[in-house]
Design a protein around this ligand. Structure first.
Ligand code: 8YV
Length: 321
C-alpha cells in the first residue's frame, strides 16, 4: 500500500510506517499539485494543513484515509470524504496542555506588555526606573471569558482557576460540566461573556458558523480594558474589525497566534501595533507535543489502513458502512 507523507516527520516514525507501507515522503508540499505523480496510487495521506477537497480527491481514486497532524480539521472537506468512503482523522488530546500554555503566555505578554518592553530594553530605551508609562494590567483575579470550551478550553480554565484565581465565564455549543464543577466556570451567552470579561479567549474550531464570529459588533461589546486572545483560526475573527478596535482603543490589547492570512503579510497593520503580541501559529509547537501529534497521526493511519478503527476517526459513520 502506498502512503504519501506530505509534512516533516521524525525519522523513527517514517521507519515505523515503512514496516507496513511504501512511503513517498514529500516534506515541502504546498499544494496538492506537488503530490500529483503519486496521488493516483496513494491509499493513505498523512500530514498537516493541506486542503483536501474534491479537487485533490478526484486525482486520488484509491485513497482510504487522510490522517491530519492537527486537531483542527477545517482543511478537510469532511462531507466529501465521507461521501467517498474515505476515513479522516485528527490528533486531539495530545496538544491540550501545550496549547493552553501558549494561550496563557499570550495573555500575560499582552497584559504585562512583555514583547513591547522587551524591545524597550533591547533598543536601549530603559534609562530610568519604569513609570506608569510602562505599567501593564493584572491577569490574576480577573474575569476570563473562554469562547469554545473543548479540551483545550478546559486546560485554559484549569490554569486560570488554580494558578491565577480567575473568575471564568464560557460560551460553547454545549455545557461542559467538568469545567463548571472543577474550575468554577459559568456558562453564559456570547454577548454577556464579551461584556463581562477582562480577558476574552477565542478557542472555537473554524466552521461556517464560527467564521468571523468576532467582528465590529463584538469588539464594541468588550470592555475598553479587555485583552483579546485568538488561539483558534484566523478566520474566526474579522481582522479588519480587530485592527479598527485596537486603533480606536475599543479594547486594550490583543494576542494573536493565528491570522486570516498565514504566514502573515509584512504589511499587516497588526505588526506595527505595540499593544499586539504576534506569534507564528505556535500553539502546539514544542518538540514533545509535535512528536506526540505525529505519532498519533501515524497510529491513526496505520490502524485505518490495516482494517482497525483509528483512535481519532472524525467521520465515524465510515466504520459503520
Ligand atoms: C497546527 C493546530 O495547525 O492542531 C491544530 O489544529 O492549529 C496546530 O497544531 C498544525 O498542526 C501545524 O502543523
Amino acid at each position: 500500500m502506498k502512503v504519501i507523507v506530505y509534512s516533516a516527520m521524525p525519522e523513527d516514525l517514517i521507519e515505523s510506517l515503512r514496516e507496513h507501507f511504501e512511503i513517498k515522503h514529500i516534506p515541502d508540499c504546498h499544494t496538492y499539485t506537488d503530490l500529483l505523480p503519486d496521488l493516483k496510487e496513494a491509499e493513505g495521506l498523512l500530514g498537516s494543513g493541506l486542503r483536501v477537497d474534491s479537487g485533490l480527491l478526484d486525482h486520488a481514486p484509491n485513497l482510504k484515509i487522510v490522517s491530519n497532524i492537527s486537531v483542527g480539521y477545517d482543511n478537510l472537506d469532511i462531507p466529501e470524504l465521507t461521501k467517498r468512503g474515505i476515513m479522516a482523522t485528527n490528533t486531539p488530546g495530545v496538544l491540550d496542555d501545550t496549547t493552553a500554555d501558549t494561550i496563557f503566555g499570550m495573555m500575560l505578554a499582552a497584559a504585562r506588555r512583555f514583547t513591547e518592553l522587551d524591545r524597550f530594553v533591547k533598543e536601549g530605551r530603559w534609562k530610568a526606573p519604569v513609570s506608569q508609562a510602562e505599567y501593564g494590567i493584572d491577569v490574576h483575579h480577573k474575569t476570563l471569558g473562554i469562547i469554545g470550551m473543548g479540551r483545550i478550553g478546559g486546560k485554559i480554565a484549569k490554569r486560570a482557576h488554580f494558578g491565577f484565581d480567575m473568575n471564568i465565564l464560557y460560551h460553547n455549543r454545549s455545557r461542559n460540566m467538568e469545567a463548571e464543577n472543577r474550575y468554577g466556570a459559568t456558562y453564559c451567552g456570547l454577548d454577556e461573556l464579551l461584556q463581562k470579561s477582562d480577558f476574552v479567549c477565542l478557542m472555537t474550531p473554524l466552521t461556517p458558523e464560527t467564521r468571523h464570529l468576532i467582528g465590529e459588533r463584538e469588539f464594541r461589546l468588550m470592555k475598553k480594558t479587555a485583552v483579546f486572545v485568538n488561539g483558534s483560526r484566523g478566520q474566526t475573527v474579522d481582522e479588519a474589525a480587530l485592527i479598527r478596535a485596537l486603533e480606536r482603543k475599543t479594547i486594550y490589547a490583543a494576542g494573536m497566534d493565528v491570522f486570516e492570512q498565514e504566514p502573515v503579510s509584512p504589511d499587516n497593520p497588526l505588526l506595527k501595533m505595540e499593544n499586539v503580541v504576534t506569534l507564528p501559529h505556535i500553539g502546539s509547537a514544542t518538540h514533545e507535543t509535535r512528536y506526540a501529534m505525529a505519532k498519533l497521526a501515524v497510529e491513526n493511519l496505520t490502524k485505518g489502513l490495516l482494517g482497525q478503527c483509528p483512535p481519532s476517526l472524525i467521520n465515524r459513520e465510515i466504520f459503520q458502512i
